[in-house]
Design a binder for this molecule. Structure first.
Ligand code: 13P
Length: 285
């Protein structure tokens, strides 16, 4: 069942768990994610970055996303991850995404507010939910690169102003995570999550969650995180499984045989994440 990002995250907020938002690039990744969510009866968010849309084509991404949302009896949202381009965001809305992220976090507060407001007005008029970002999450996610020096934590007072002025449905906060592979163990500012959660009443989103220890993820959910983004862990699982298979079977040329272990391994990692996020048996459809 295709649902809006808002519906899926409000359920998570009310029931004190987080929904996994897993990045999709191709059919096997989508099958792995939805297969895992279905087996565990968990709501799930399939999210495509602008880079994923460029790679696969928006027709393929939306057709596959809507197909699995119809096929499985669990709530599924189709979400644009880190939309930085107005036309690209409009295209996703037009093709049937149920949720979009506008990432104008690189701009000063006022400009971030203006750019975000513009998207909210259009998206809400057709029932599409909007996530936005305040503060700067470090690391590399597709075309977005934020160095350690540029990364800044979300200011709770600014977050309140930002949410009130823009009317967004969920807020991505910078609290110590970073996109991509971590060099050391990430240290999350749990007090900041709690403080922001106390003063704003929309669901909070944690980006850069691959490589974050399970205990930290659980603690982040306890403090108010409702959406947890995972990309790198799936990519790494895919690459390792394909590499292992090809090394063990150098003569094999059948893509189905090469990709089956990767799809199985990605499904397992997604199941583990869903268990940590506390969304098992939370599917209400
Ligand atoms: P990771 O690649 O670190 O899991 O981050 C994913 C993400 O936050 C997508 O927006």
């Amino acid at each position: 069942m295709l649902v809006s990002g808002k519906e899926i995250l409000l359920h998570a907020d009310q029931n004190k768990y987080a929904v996994g938002a897993f990045n999709i690039n191709n059919m096997e990744i989508i099958q792995a994610i939805v297969g895992a969510a279905d087996e565990l009866r968990s709501p799930v968010i399939l999210q495509a970055s602008q880079g994923a849309i460029k790679y696969a084509g928006i027709e393929y991404i939306t057709a596959l996303g809507k197909l699995v949302a119809d096929k499985y009896d669990i709530p599924v949202a189709l979400h644009l991850d880190h939309g930085t381009d107005f036309e690209e965001i409009m295209k996703c809305i037009r093709y049937g995404f149920s949720s979009v992220m506008i990432d104008a976090s690189k701009y000063p507060l006022e400009e971030n507010i203006e750019r975000t407001k513009e998207i909210v007005k259009i998206a809400h008029s057709v029932g599409v939910s909007v996530e936005a970002e305040l503060g700067k999450i470090g690391g590399t996610e597709d075309q977005i690169v934020v160095s350690e020096a540029e990364a800044t934590f979300t200011d709770p007072k600014e977050a309140k102003i930002f949410v009130e002025e823009t009317g967004i449905d969920s807020l991505a906060i910078a609290v110590g995570t970073a996109h991509g592979v971590y060099k050391g163990e990430p240290k999350l500012d749990f007090d900041r999550i709690e403080e922001i959660n106390k003063i704003i009443d929309i669901p909070l989103v944690l980006h850069g969650s691959s490589g974050v220890p399970n205990d930290s993820l659980r603690k982040a959910v306890e403090r108010g995180i409702c959406k947890i983004n995972i990309d790198t862990d799936i990519r790494a699982t895919f690459a390792t499984a394909v590499g292992d298979f090809i090394r063990a079977n150098p003569e094999e040329i059948d893509p189905r045989k090469i990709l089956t272990p990767a799809r199985d391994a990605m499904k397992e990692i997604v199941k583990k994440k869903i268990e940590v996020f506390g969304s098992v048996n939370q599917a209400w459809k």
